[in-house]
Ligand binder design. Structure first.
Ligand SMILES: *Cc1c(COP(=O)(O)O)cnc(C)c1O
Length: 224
C-alpha cells in the first residue's frame, strides 16, 4: 500500500472526535509532504533537532507536536512554533516552557505526561505526583502555558488486557483532575494515548489524540 492508501485506511478507523497525529520521526521531509498533500496537517516528532529542521523546511501551516521527552534546555528551540508539547513531566519543565512562551509572546499548549506503563523506563508523573503538583497550585500562575490535558503510553506488550487497563486508568485520572482543577478551563479536554499497535484500544477508552507512526509511514530504520 502506498502512503495515501494507508492514511485513508487509518482515517476510517479513527472517529471524528479523535485527531490523528502523524508521527514522522526518522522519516524524511518527502514522506511528510506526501501525507501533507493528502490533507494531513498534524505531525509529531520526538527529537528537538529533527523537529526544528523539519519545521524550517516544510509548509508553515503544519501543526507540529513535540511528543518525546523534552529537556528544559531545549525548550527555547521549539517555543516559537510548537502546537502542543505532549511530554511535560515535571513542574520545572512547565515553568521553563512558561518562560520561553513569555519571551515569544505566545501561550504554549501542554499535556502532562503520566506514567501508566509497567516499564520503569518511561517518563511521566505518577498519578500521585500529578495530584500533588496540581494541588500545590503554582501552575495557575503560569500565564504562558495552557494545560490541555494528559498523555500516556501503554506498556509494550502483546497483553491487550493490560494495555486496556492502563488506558482506562489514565481516563479515570483525567476525569478526576479535570473535574477537580479544570472545571472552569474548557481547554483541558485532550487525552493523548494510543500508537500504531493500540490506538483502537485507546480510542475505545476515550483517547482524543492518537499518535500513529509506523502504521502510516512504515517501519522506522534507526540506522539511517
Ligand atoms: C514513536 C512514538 C509514537 C508512534 O509509534 P508507532 O508505534 O510507530 O505508531 C507515539 N508516541 C510516542 C511518544 C513516540 O515516541
Amino acid at each position: 500500500m502506498v502512503l495515501k492508501e494507508r492514511l485513508a485506511a487509518l482515517k476510517k478507523r479513527i472517529p471524528p472526535q479523535t485527531r490523528l497525529i502523524a508521527v514522522s520521526k526518522t522519516h524524511p521531509a518527502s514522506s511528510i509532504l506526501e501525507a501533507y498533500e493528502c490533507g494531513q496537517r498534524v505531525f509529531g516528532e520526538n527529537k528537538v533537532q529533527e523537529l526544528c529542521a523539519k519545521e524550517e523546511e516544510l509548509p508553515k501551516d503544519i501543526e507540529w507536536h513535540m511528543i518525546g521527552h523534552l529537556q528544559s534546555n531545549k525548550v527555547k528551540y521549539i517555543a516559537p512554533f510548537v502546537a502542543l508539547i505532549h511530554g511535560v513531566d515535571s513542574f520545572k519543565l512547565l515553568r521553563t516552557i512558561d518562560k520561553e512562551g513569555r519571551k515569544n509572546k505566545r501561550v504554549i499548549p501542554c499535556l502532562l505526561q503520566v506514567h501508566i506503563a509497567e516499564e520503569s523506563t518511561k517518563f511521566g508523573f505518577s498519578p500521585e505526583e500529578l495530584r500533588e503538583m496540581l494541588a500545590a497550585g503554582a501552575w495557575r500562575e503560569l500565564e504562558f502555558v495552557e494545560l490541555r490535558g494528559l498523555m500516556g503510553m501503554g506498556t509494550f506488550t502483546e497483553e491487550k488486557a493490560q494495555v486496556q487497563r492502563e488506558f482506562h486508568s489514565l481516563k479515570v485520572l483525567f476525569d478526576e483532575v479535570r473535574m477537580q482543577y479544570f472545571a472552569d478551563r474548557a481547554a483541558f479536554k485532550e487525552l493523548s494515548m494510543g500508537m500504531s499497535d493500540d490506538f483502537e484500544l485507546a480510542i475505545a477508552e476515550g483517547s482524543t489524540l492518537v499518535r500513529v507512526g509506523s502504521a502510516l509511514f512504515g517501519a522506522r530504520d534507526y540506522n539511517l
